[in-house]
Design a protein. Structure first.
Length: 544
């Protein structure tokens, strides 16, 4: 790896310094050549002005000569033109002397030869003296009369026009005009050469400056291209999240220092990102734990709330049956005069109904303290005939109110099952209650029990409204009631069969329903026997 010695800024400033020197050199050289061309142009302008003035002087002198001749020979002429032309000659000479003086000063400052300037000044001085001498000669022209006198006057005037200080003024004027014409041609040629040289130098210097500028630009571009490319690649890598990428550091100049700074920043960002990722993982774990805890608490709360509502609905439903039985027994006890045995029997049944209500209240208190949905069961070997008889006696009061006849066909044999007598009585009571409530007035309900294949079976058959075929699979769902049930008995809650099935399942038993609109509904309750003690007995039918 080659380490460069100088900073990029110094190299860049040096390159622009070289370009500035070249441009300044070109400007100075162009200025010098342009100054020379300007001097030649100015000198040519002076020469042109002098030449124009001398030609104007020559022409005016010729017009004055012609006016003098016309005056002498008596030809048509304007009397005042002579003095006007002479004054114009004097003004032209004065202007030429002023231009000649400026030219003399310009040549002296420019370091040019001034011999021709002196000769021109001398010629103009002679011409000026000739113009001054013409004034009295012009005044005397009008006094000459006659041909002989005109010739003498013309000879005198010509001497003034053409002679001065012993020199031929025509020759002096023509020589001065020739010299100024020559100077004008020379100065114009010099100006054209200077302009041509200026254009050539300008073109050459422009080409050299452009060539050097392109060379410096190429060198600078090469010095910038690779670092910028590396930084661009680094920026794209960082943009895509690759903070492990590092920009190569190949120089010690500004680019190298910048790349080093960027690499340090990337390292710091990578460190921060890793720390943030670790913190995020910890935070996510905490959030998951807290969320799980909240979900568990919410689930328990919902389950508890569901159990509370279910329990309240179940207790409300179950309290309705013993309440009805109590009211029915009370009405029987209050009717007319009866023997003490009848009162005792009615009061006994009222006590049983009250005991059932007390058990339901105990369940309410127990489930409010426990999270277990299963109702407490006091299981023991019992004869199923006892709960069945108690349920039938309790149902008789409701049947009497609705003028329903209950027909029983029960085996009079000891049938031992394992269970809670109160809960089994509750299941049977629910089945009887549904059969009575959904039967028409003056209807009848058939109750039969058998022991078949080590299973006790209870069948409750009514001839009521029945259950629709599409509603039959849902009758054991909590709060479900079929359309016919809602029309026949709007105040129902749809909880009885759900409770009955729950209790039956707790005793390892089953409840099944079958129904049609003509035969009514048939409910079958099955319970496994503790042991096989089935003995055939005569059929007993009881009508209530």
């Amino acid at each position: 790896m080659t380490m460069r010695r100088f900073d990029f800024t110094i190299r860049l400033v040096s390159a622009f310094g070289v370009l500035a020197i070249l441009i300044m050199s070109q400007g100075l050289l162009n200025r010098h050549i342009a100054t020379e061309a300007e001097q030649q142009v100015i000198r040519g302008r002076y020469a042109g002005d002098l030449l124009s003035g001398l030609l104007e002087l020559s022409a005016t002198k010729q017009r004055l000569r012609a006016w003098s001749l016309r005056t002498l020979i008596g030809a048509e002429h304007a009397p005042g033109d002579g003095e006007i032309l002479r004054a114009h000659l004097a003004a032209t000479i004065e202007q030429l002397q002023r231009i000649s003086k400026e030219t003399h000063e310009f040549d002296h400052l420019a370091g040019a030869p001034i011999d021709d300037d002196d000769a021109r000044d001398e010629a103009l001085q002679l011409l000026s003296g000739s113009v001054i001498a013409l004034k009295p000669a012009i005044e005397d022209i009008k006094s000459h009369v006659g041909a002989e006198d005109a010739r003498t006057a013309w000879a005198s005037i010509e001497t003034v026009f053409d002679q001065g200080a012993g020199r031929d003024l025509r020759e002096v004027l023509n020589s001065t005009i020739a010299k100024e014409r020559s100077q004008l041609s020379i100065k114009r040629a010099n100006a054209d050469a200077a302009l041509l040289q200026l254009n050539r130098v300008l073109a050459v210097m422009t080409f050299i400056t452009a060539l050097i500028g392109m060379g410096l630009a190429y060198v600078i571009a090469e010095a910038i291209r690779r670092p910028l490319q590396q930084m661009s690649e680094g920026a794209k890598a960082y943009e895509s999240g690759q903070l492990e990428h590092r920009i190569p550091v190949t120089t010690t100049d500004e680019f190298g220092r910048f790349a080093t700074s960027i690499n340090r920043m990337a390292s710091e960002l990578l460190l921060r990102r890793n720390e943030e990722a670790n913190h995020r993982i910890v935070l996510e774990q905490q959030v998951r734990e807290r969320t799980s805890a909240l979900e568990d608490a919410l689930s328990r709360l919902r389950a508890s709330e569901g159990r509370r509502r279910s329990l309240l609905a179940d207790i409300s439903h179950e309290l309705r049956t013993p309440t009805t039985a109590i009211r029915g027994e009370a009405e029987i006890a209050l009717r007319g005069q009866k023997a003490d045995d009848d009162y005792r029997a009615s009061l006994g049944r009222i006590g049983q109904a009250a005991s059932q209500m007390g058990g339901l209240i105990d369940d309410l208190l127990m489930m409010s303290r426990s999270e277990d949905e299963t109702l407490a069961l006091n299981t023991e070997p019992i004869d199923i005939a006892s709960p069945l008889e108690e349920a039938l006696l309790s149902a008789a009061a409701l049947a009497n109110q609705r003028s329903i006849t209950i027909t029983t066909d029960i085996e009079d044999t000891e049938t031992i099952v394992t269970g809670d007598a109160l809960r089994l009585r509750q299941v049977i009571a629910i089945l009887l209650d549904n059969a009575i409530r959904y039967s028409p007035h003056n209807g009848h309900v058939e109750v039969s029990s058998r022991v078949i294949e080590n299973t006790w079976r209870l069948v409750v058959q009514d001839h009521g409204i029945g259950i629709e075929a599409d509603a039959l699979p849902h009758v054991f769902e909590r709060n479900f009631r079929s359309k016919n049930a809602r029309l026949h008995r709007p105040e129902g809650t749809g909880l009885g069969l759900s409770i009955a099935r729950h209790l039956a399942t707790a005793h390892d038993g089953t409840i099944t329903l079958s129904s049609d609109s003509e035969q009514g509904t048939r409910a079958m309750f099955r319970l496994p026997l503790l042991e096989d003690r089935t003995v055939p007995e005569p059929v007993v039918e009881t009508t209530h």
